[in-house]
Design a protein around this ligand. Structure first.
Ligand code: ADP
Ligand code: ZN
Length: 287
């Protein structure tokens, strides 16, 4: 009997759950809201309880301990999502489902999904950035996520803030996430990002702010693919605007190649994260 693999994309607002034969052969999927940990985890365990699973891959919001040698592997260490500090995901799954987990950040998981099955197939250095409720970024080098000593927190880098806008990051105020996430757009313009009209000057400002962060990513990591996802990027007009702002700010310092191929939409649409989580779960014959 072929054992199935499980995947969890644990997001700030919702969790996507899947059971699959392989990362792209999903047999059963569900979405549950991310509420308090007790209720949310119970919903997740109920979903998986009918299956005999080899392993579950989890892409989660952070900050989370990813050192697999640590006794705290899978521990969420901050109140970035209210109530979740000190929850150990690895322990919860092994205690409740008797299954082992492989855990990475949500954005590393999305990058892994894109590398294996999406627009990153031929790329050696991929960055996946989500611009939504927050900003997060994951980096893969030759298909392997780069976590460094802890893990990357690209959303909390500093970028220029010429207007001295206060920003919304609870920790830093005007970091990249504080200045350019969906909620920060709402604070800046007084209307939710999804309701801002396409010709609104907000989108030029947003493209400039996103480009500052992307130029820093280019300077630090020299990626050949930067995938931009998340709710704010539903505004498709941002892609060409971001590319031209990156060109302007980088000022031809090194050749960037064809930016339409370098700065792109996710090839898997909204599924990059759950597909990546299933890859982490080590489904049959695809790692
Ligand atoms: P999360 O970051 O919680 O995982 P999303 O990536 O969907 O979820 O991001 C949600 C945020 O994206 C919302 O708070 C809103 O600011 C923004 N957003 C959602 N839809 C749109 C849209 N159509 N246009 C612009 N911004 C949007
Ligand atoms: Zn911050």
């Amino acid at each position: 009997m072929t054992l199935l693999v499980g995947g969890v994309e644990l997001g700030g607002t919702k969790c996507v759950l899947a059971v699959a034969k392989s990362p792209i052969e999903i047999l059963h999927r569900a979405v549950v809201p991310t509420e308090n940990p007790k209720k949310t985890l119970q919903n997740i365990f109920d979903f998986f309880s009918d299956y005999e699973l080899n392993r579950i891959g989890i892409g989660t919001f952070g900050p989370v301990i990813l050192d697999s040698e640590s006794k705290d592997y899978g521990l969420l260490i901050s109140e970035s999502k209210k109530g979740w500090k000190n929850i150990n995901l690895s322990r919860e799954f092994s205690n409740n489902l008797q299954v082992d987990t492989t855990i990475d950040t949500d954005v590393n998981a999305a990058a892994i999904g894109e590398y294996r099955y999406g627009v990153g197939k031929d790329s050696q250095t991929i960055v996946y950035v989500t611009i939504g409720t927050g900003i997060g970024g994951g980096l893969l080098v030759n298909g392997k996520s780069h976590t460094g000593d802890f893990h990357l927190e690209l959303g909390h880098m500093r970028i220029p803030n010429a207007d001295n806008f206060a920003g919304i990051c609870k920790f830093h105020g005007d970091c990249w996430e504080g200045l350019a996430s969906g909620p920060s757009m709402e604070k800046r313009w007084g209307i939710s990002a999804s309701e801002l009209s396409e010709p609104h000057p907000a989108w030029d400002k947003e493209a400039e702010l996103l480009a500052y962060g992307i130029v820093s990513i280019i300077a630090n990591h020299s990626p050949d693919k930067i995938i931009l996802g998340g709710g704010v990027m539903k505004q498709k007009q941002l892609y060409p605007k971001v590319r031209s702002e990156v060109l302007r700010i980088w000022n031809d310092y090194t050749p960037l190649g064809n930016l339409s191929e370098m700065i792109v939409e996710p090839g898997l649409g909204l599924d990059s994260g759950i597909v990546g989580a299933l890859i982490l779960g080590g489904g049959p014959a695809q790692i």
